[in-house]
Every structure is written in C-alpha cells, then in structure tokens.
Design a protein around this ligand. Structure first.
Ligand code: PEP
Length: 249
C-alpha cells in the first residue's frame, strides 16, 4: 500500500511574510493519512524549516545544481539543501526544461547529484501539447525516464518519486482526465517494474497539472495515481488543504 503524497510547488511566488502565513495555515490544518511536502523558493527554505519542525511536513527544493561543489556561481548544491532541511528536490520540472534549457542529460545529472548529496529526487516528466496531439506521449515520457535510468539505474529510483506532469496542463487550468493520467502512470510504473518489481510496486507516481479541489478526488481514485504535485492551488491554503484531504486515505 503506497501512502499518498501531496507536494506544493510555490515556484517564484510570495514574500517572506506571505510564505510564513501560508505555511502556518497548512501546518494548522495538517491532514492525517498522507505525506505532505512543500517546495519553497530557495531563500525561504531556512525559515520554512524552522516552521515545519514540530509538524510532519517535509521540504523539497524546486531545483538544484548538477554539480556537488565548486565554482558554479548562482547554484545551490544538494548538500546545502540537506543542511537547510530539505529531504527531497524536484528535478526536471517542465519550467526548468522549457524556460531554462534543461535537457534530458542535465536532468539525469541533477537526479544523480541529488542522490549523491542525500536528497530524494522527484523526477518530473511529461509531454507538450504538440507531442500529445502527435500521439507521442508515451514515447516522450519513456525517453525522459530512460535517460535517468541509464545513469542512475533502477537503484536510483528506490528512494525517488516520479511526477507525471503534462506540460499543456501546467498552470493552464486544463487538467488531464483521470483516465488519461492513469494510462501514463501505469506505463511509468510498469517500465520501472520491468527493472525491479519491488521498485515498481513501491514508487509513488504523482500527477501534476492544474490539480484543484474540484478534480482531486477523481484523480486520486485511480490505482496508479499516488498523489499530486500542485502548483497554483498550493498558494491558497484552503484549496491546498482540500486537495490534501481528498488524497488522505
Ligand atoms: C506545477 O508547477 O508542477 C504544476 C502542476 O502547476 P499547476 O498546478 O499550477 O498546474
């Protein structure tokens, strides 16, 4: 039985004050029966770590360096993130891939860098609208997964999480249907199970892309959807808590 997980990705939003208020509101209504994580901007992680101390909420970074240490101006390493209280990190979010030119190779290097520094990666994969319309969804998602498998091996997925995030559904208000998402989740799980049945059974595959209180229940009812990576709705404490309640088992 996989425990549901809901992850809130705050992206580059908020102020010190609004981030503190949001986190306090989420902590106050912390839901039982699921794991809960938030991804604050780097600069708020220290403050967030203080706030979540007495709660069960974990912290994930939104990004990390592909190198462990050295002359990489502006970068933040996995070890630094661990020191400041993160247990996880997003890797390969579509905004990193599309807006910052992160290739499958860079994403794979970041995945390994996270593991080497003591962070569990949340690997984001997903197709663009053009790729979906061309019938290439499975191909694209498998290619993104293969690149990581090639360098990290199946052992790299033992502590990891995968998030299926169709690019056309992120921040657009247009979610994949529960059935569309389930098909891709099943594919991801079965590919990993080919390498290790134990990893395939255990790994949590989250759905991301315009998850809201209105569509959360339907998505979470699917066998292979183990929770959500939530962007926009995670900035609204009430909506985020309702999504968490829908995921709780
Ligand atoms: C995301 O940023 O990972 C995301 C899924 O965003 P949204 O929920 O706003 O679509």
């Amino acid at each position: 039985m996989r425990k549901p997980l809901v992850v809130g990705n705050w992206k580059m939003n908020g102020s010190r004050e609004s981030a503190r208020d949001l986190l306090r509101a989420v902590i106050a209504k912390e839901t039982e029966g699921l794991d809960l994580m938030v991804c604050p901007p780097f600069i708020f992680i220290d403050m967030a770590a203080e706030l979540v101390k007495a709660s069960g909420i974990e912290l994930a970074a939104q990004n990390l360096a592909s190198h462990q240490v050295g002359a990489f101006t502006g970068e933040v390493s996995a070890e630094m993130l661990v020191e400041f209280g993160c247990s996880h990190t997003l890797v390969g979010h579509s905004e990193r891939r599309v807006l910052f030119g992160e290739t499958d190779e860079i994403v794979a290097a970041k995945f390994v860098s996270a593991l080497n520094g003591g962070l569990a990666p949340i690997l984001c994969v997903g197709e663009s609208l053009a790729q979906r319309e061309a019938g290439e969804t499975d191909l694209v998602v498998m290619q993104q997964l293969e690149e990581v498998l090639k360098v990290a091996g199946i052992a790299g997925f033992e502590r990891s999480i995968v998030a299926y995030e169709p690019v056309w559904a992120i921040g657009t208000g247009k979610s994949a249907t529960a059935e569309e998402a389930e098909t891709v989740h099943r594919l991801i799980r079965s590919r990993l199970a080919e390498e290790s049945k134990q990893v395939g059974d255990k790994i949590r595959v989250l759905y991301g892309g315009s998850v809201k209180p209105e569509n959360a229940k339907e998505l979470f009812a699917m066998d292979n959807i183990d929770g959500a990576l939530v962007g926009g709705a995670s900035l609204d404490a009430k909506a985020f808590i309702e999504i968490c309640e829908a995921a709780a088992k």
